[in-house]
Ligand binder design. Sequence first.
Ligand code: HEC
Ligand code: HEC
Length: 457
Amino acid sequence: MLKNIQATRVITISAALLCAAAVTIWTPGKQAMAQTASSDPAANNAAKMLLDGRQTFRFDTFGDEAFWGDGLKLHQAIEGARLGGVGPGVSPKTALSVGLKIDVDAVPADLASQLKDGAVNLDDPATTLALLKLNAVIGVTGFFNGSSNNLRSIGIQCAICHSTVDNSFSAPGIPPGNVGHRLDGWPNRDLNVGAIIALAPDLTPVTTVLGVDQATVLKVVNAWGPGKFDAELFLDGKGFRPDGKSAATLIPPAFGMAGVNLHTWTGWGSVTHWNAFVATLEMHGKGRFWDPRLNDAVQFPIAAKNGFGNLNPTLSPDDDRIMSKLAALHFYQLALPAPESPLKHESFTKAPERGDKLFSGKAKCNSCHVEPLWTEPGWNMHTAAEVCVDDFQANRAPDKRYRTAPLGGLFAHMKGGFYHDGRFATLNEVVDHYNSCMNLGLTGDEKNDLIAYLLTL
Ligand code: HEC
Ligand code: HEC
């Protein structure tokens, strides 16, 4: 089905874009489309929702600067003592080393050419402040005192974890893949959230909720490593698995999600359920949240103690900074397509075609990763035993199962490995795992064909 899917995808996207933006270029259907944009309330609404949702995904902190800035005082760590904060400060070099990305479209032309000339000091926190002022650090917003260069606070957005940049810009001291055009929905597998939290001058907001001391928090977050975060830590307080490894999971892609029923590695709920969850309980934005499953004090002791199952019940709608944005955010998330693999059309061999047949034949992958959603139509959940792995992470979610991960755009998140915790470093390991778990009897050639196909998804 390789070619068919491709053709439909291109047509659907360009039609949506044309209609949505009501761009007037000549196409056979131009008139019909112009009419649609003006008189079809659904098309008009779609265009507005897309733009509103993108704005929220990229730029909205939901008021979470109260946590990341006012609480953790991360803005002071960024400034450094010399500029009025504390510690050595965060230079652009340090920022890039913890995986933060720079949006080249927010960098003015003169600054871009100075960067190319190596004329910008990448060791000076003042440069980081300038980039923040330009709104060029993806997923991070600096709040400044008036027009001064003094940071008052700092907040984060969805984009910090769920966006990265392409390879379009490189300069001395800036390797490709750090500064470029935004890629919304691509997981940032370089981002070291734990290292960023560890920079915080004041960890009290975290130690209070978890009921542990600062050293314990540092031990936990420093064990996460790049591309990972632990969304369940604030619910159950489990920093490590029984085998002693970090309990964090990989940041998953936030593209290719339309049609997929349950979301997150462990199928917590719909996209919009999780958006509300993350915006309140993880980012610490200001809003209501309702999920009585979190009142289970055995499974979620921290959440139950802190009343996360019914968060901010008396918050006035006027003071809720999240609720009114959920609809458009949901819409935008569903609109993000899985990116097309560069290998899709460059099949030098027949391997991907043979792999395609194996996928829905002998290798039985299609029994769970159903083409073209790459997950089940319906309740897309499995026990740990069904996929021959331990149930530690499954048991940290209400259904105690793993969700069949959608595979569209797989090539875009190879870094950090596969499965919820990246336990399989390569696709070879993934295929070997299924081969033994499900007694598939795949030959070496067949495994290679299957992998060649996976790389085209
Ligand atoms: C600090 C990093 C971080 C931030 C910020 C963040 N996420 Fe996530 N996101 C994750 C991780 C990690 C998971 C996996 C959670 C799990 O399975 O337990 C996830 C899962 C998801 C999923 C499920 C994807 C799938 O495969 O089904 C969606 C959708 C999502 N996030 C959207 C958002 C939105 C929208 C925002 C902003 C409101 C956001 N995230 C903010 C790290 C983050
Ligand atoms: C019984 C259902 C089932 C079958 C059959 C199955 N998978 Fe999976 N697959 C899953 C689940 C569940 C996950 C998520 C596991 C996790 O989160 O740890 C997954 C994850 C994956 C991932 C990792 C995705 C990511 O984002 O890290 C790949 C790759 C994959 N499967 C490929 C395959 C291939 C290839 C086959 C056939 C050989 C196959 N799967 C057969 C259920 C299945």
